[in-house]
Design a protein around this ligand. Structure first.
Ligand SMILES: Nc1ncnc2c1ncn2[C@@H]1O[C@H](COP(=O)(O)OP(=O)(O)OP(=O)(O)O)[C@@H](O)[C@H]1O
Ligand SMILES: [Mg+2]
Length: 355
C-alpha cells in the first residue's frame, strides 16, 4: 500500500466547550508527516473530543484543524480523507467480514473486481483471509478489532485516527495486536493519531507522546524524553510503573529537606513546599546508616525478576525495585539509597519542574 503522500496534521488553538464545560483549552499540536503520535490522558481529559474534532464528527468552538496544508475546520468529514477506528469497532452486524471491510470502497462506487482484490489484500494484512464469509457475531473480540482495522486501511487515507482500539482485548491479545499495529504503521507510513489511557501502549507505539490533562497539553516528546525528562509532576507520576516516588519537603539551596532526612539535589533554589521525585529503579535498599532516607519495610512483593519493597518513611511511602532474592521482613528498619542521576525536584504548589 504505497503511494500515499505523507501529510502533517495541526491543531491550531483548538477550543471546545460543551455548554459551560471547557473540554479543550487552546489546544495546539503539530504532528509530523508519517508520525505515529499517541495522545495519552486519563479518562475525561478530552482525547476523544480532540479526535472527533479532527475527523469532523464534532465542531470546535474555536481554532482550526489542518491536514497537510488544507484547513479542514469547516469541511465535511467525508472530504477529510481520514479513517477512524473506534473503541467499539462499530461493525455492521448483518454484513459479512468481507462486506464490512469493503464498505468504504462500496460507498465510493469502486468496481467489483477492484474492490474484491482490495478486500483480499487488506484482510491478508490483518490475517483475516480465512474468515471473510463470517459475520461479526461469529468472531472473537480480537478478530472483530482486526476487521475494523482492515476497514480503516483499505482506503489508504491520509490520516489514521484510532480511539483506544485495543482496550476491549485481553492482555495477551493486546500485546500481540500492539506489535501488529506498530509494524503496520511503520510499513504504511501513514500519519497516525492514536488515543489511549494506557501508558504502556503509549510508550511502546509512539514516535512521540502528547500527554493531555483536563484539556491542556502537558508535554509533547518522545517516550524516552517523557520518561527521563518529565515536564512536571503530573507527567512524572503518570508515566512509569510503579509510579515515581514522591517525598514532601522543602528546598534549601541545593539540599532537599524532609522530616528525618536531607538529600543533595541537582538543582538550586528556595521553596518551603517542594517535592522530591525518584523512580523505584533509582532507589536501592541498604542499611539505615548508609541510606539517604530512613524507614521501615511496609510490604515486600516478589514480582518475578525483581522484588518491590515499599518503605514507610516519616511522611511518605517509597517503593524500591530490589533484586529478586532480597530478603527483608515487614517492620525491618532499613535505609533507602537514592541514585543522584535519578532525582527530580518539583514545586509543591502546582508541580512545575525545578531545573
Ligand atoms: N457531547 C458531549 N456533551 C457534554 N459533555 C461531553 C460530550 N462529550 C464529551 N463530554 C465531556 O468532555 C470531557 C472529555 O470527554 P472525552 O470523551 O473527550 O474524554 P476522553 O479523554 O476520551 O475520556 P475516556 O478515556 O474516558 O474515553 C468529559 O468530561 C466528557 O464528559
Ligand atoms: Mg475517549
Amino acid at each position: 500500500m504505497a503511494g500515499n503522500p505523507q501529510v502533517p496534521v495541526r491543531f491550531d488553538r483548538v477550543q471546545k466547550s460543551f455548554g459551560p464545560v471547557k473540554v479543550l483549552e487552546d489546544f495546539n499540536l503539530d504532528i509530523n508527516p508519517g508520525e505515529f503520535l499517541v495522545l495519552l490522558g486519563a479518562s475525561g481529559s478530552g482525547k476523544t473530543t480532540a479526535l472527533r474534532i479532527l475527523s469532523g464528527l464534532e465542531t470546535a468552538s474555536g481554532g482550526r484543524v489542518l491536514i497537510g496544508d488544507r484547513d479542514v475546520t469547516n469541511i465535511l468529514p467525508k472530504y477529510r480523507d481520514i479513517s477512524m477506528v473506534f473503541q467499539s469497532y462499530a461493525l455492521y452486524p448483518h454484513k459479512t467480514v468481507a462486506e464490512n471491510i469493503g464498505f468504504p470502497l462500496k460507498v465510493r462506487k469502486v468496481k467489483a473486481a477492484e474492490m474484491d482484490a482490495a478486500i483480499r489484500e487488506a484482510a491478508a494484512q490483518v490475517q483475516l483471509d480465512q474468515l471473510l464469509q463470517r459475520y461479526p457475531r461469529e468472531l472473537s473480540g480480537g478478530q472483530r478489532q482486526r476487521v475494523a482495522l482492515a476497514r480503516a486501511i483499505i482506503r489508504r487515507p491520509s490520516v489514521f485516527l484510532m480511539d483506544e482500539p485495543l482496550s476491549n482485548l485481553d492482555a495477551k491479545l493486546r500485546g500481540h495486536m500492539r506489535a501488529e499495529l506498530k509494524h503496520m504503521q511503520e510499513s504504511f507510513g501513514i500519519t497516525t493519531i492514536y488515543v489511549t489511557h494506557d501508558q504502556i501502549e503509549a510508550m511502546t507505539l509512539a514516535h512521540r507522546v502528547a500527554i493531555l490533562e483536563k484539556g491542556v497539553l502537558q508535554q509533547l516528546a518522545t517516550p524516552a524524553e517523557i520518561y527521563n525528562d518529565p515536564a512536571n509532576l503530573f507527567v512524572a507520576q503518570f508515566i512509569g510503573s510503579p509510579p515515581m516516588n514522591i517525598v514532601h519537603g522543602a528546598l534549601q539551596g541545593e539540599t532537599f529537606v524532609a522530616e528525618g532526612h536531607e538529600v543533595k539535589v541537582p538543582v538550586k533554589g528556595r521553596l518551603d513546599k517542594a517535592i522530591l521525585g525518584v523512580r523505584p529503579e533509582d532507589c536501592s535498599v541498604t542499611t539505615p546508616a548508609k541510606g539517604d532516607v530512613m524507614g521501615e519495610i511496609f510490604t515486600n512483593e516478589l514480582i518475578g525478576d525483581h522484588t518491590l519493597i515499599t518503605v514507610k518513611t516519616a511522611k511518605d511511602m517509597i517503593t524500591v525495585k530490589a533484586p529478586k532474592d532480597y530478603r527483608g521482613k515487614t517492620g525491618d528498619k532499613i535505609g533507602v539509597g537514592l541514585a543522584k542521576s535519578g532525582l527530580y525536584v518539583f514545586n509543591g504548589d502546582g508541580g512545575a519542574r525545578i531545573r
